[in-house]
Design a protein around this ligand. Structure first.
Ligand SMILES: *Cc1c(COP(=O)(O)O)cnc(C)c1O
Length: 230
């Protein structure tokens, strides 16, 4: 079941890239394994997947410790400052950085660990009250501060688009995130590159790829529905 789902998602990625003239090597599939058992992750690993996404720090650390070292763990959930210290060993990329205070904490903990954090800035493009993230305007204010950080490297932007039955509805948000990344890139900040765009989930990842996504986060479409009551 999981292997079949992955095959389908991989085909969709290939076809979408072909449709818009992109090289599918530019698009990394992140299998969002939050709430799912390690046996599910192993199934995906055994058909070649190496990028997994989690939204809880403790769950990610446990899975990181238990499973193979060549897995890249992506922190995609809202991050509390007091949890940052647990990420220095386990996180390959932190997608959900949404404030100066969080950036300061990441700088502090990664300095202590003698490492460099790779992060994305989360943007609430659709301005939903329920979502975290900078606005397209507020993020600009923190960029000069980010230039001063020695242990944090910003490598792109991330957004969580609204839930919708019609993925076309989200195209405008993906396009806006891409525009913002082009705008930031053109300003040539030190320490900030716009190589990565993390956007698109099960319902809308193909639209996101059409609009320039380099990282798509697919959970349900690979592992099935999540049960939060167990
Ligand atoms: C859960 C989650 C996903 C995966 O969502 P699906 O709709 O199951 O593909 C992607 N991104 C974030 C930030 C998530 O929390």
């Amino acid at each position: 079941m999981i292997a079949e789902n992955i095959k389908k998602v991989r085909e969709n990625i290939e076809e979408t890239c072909k449709k818009v003239g992109r090289d599918s090597k530019e698009v990394t599939l992140i299998c969002v394994s939050k709430t799912k058992p390690e046996s599910d992750i192993i199934e995906a690993y055994n058909v070649g997947e190496r990028n997994f996404g989690e939204n809880k720090v403790q769950e990610m650390c446990e899975k990181h410790d238990d499973l193979n070292d060549d897995i890249r763990w992506h922190m995609i959930g809202h991050l509390q400052r007091n949890k940052v210290k647990y990420l220095t060993d386990s996180a390959y990329l932190i997608h959900s950085v949404d404030s100066k205070r969080l950036l300061e904490q990441i700088e502090k903990e990664y300095e202590k660990a003698g490492k460099e954090a790779h992060v994305l800035l989360e943007i609430n493009v659709a301005l939903e009250d329920s979502k975290f993230g900078y606005t397209c305007e507020s993020v600009i204010e923190d960029l000069p501060f980010i230039e001063t950080l020695k242990h944090v490297k910003v490598v792109g932007l991330m957004t969580v688009a609204p839930y919708t039955d019609n993925p076309e509805d989200n195209r405008k948000y993906f396009r806006k995130l891409k525009e913002l990344s082009v705008d930031i890139e053109s300003k040539k900040y030190n320490n900030i590159s716009m190589d990565e765009l993390s956007m698109g989930m099960t319902g809308d990842y193909m639209i996101a790829i059409e609009e320039g996504a380099t990282l798509v986060r697919v959970g349900t479409g690979i592992f099935g529905n999540r049960n939060y009551n167990v």
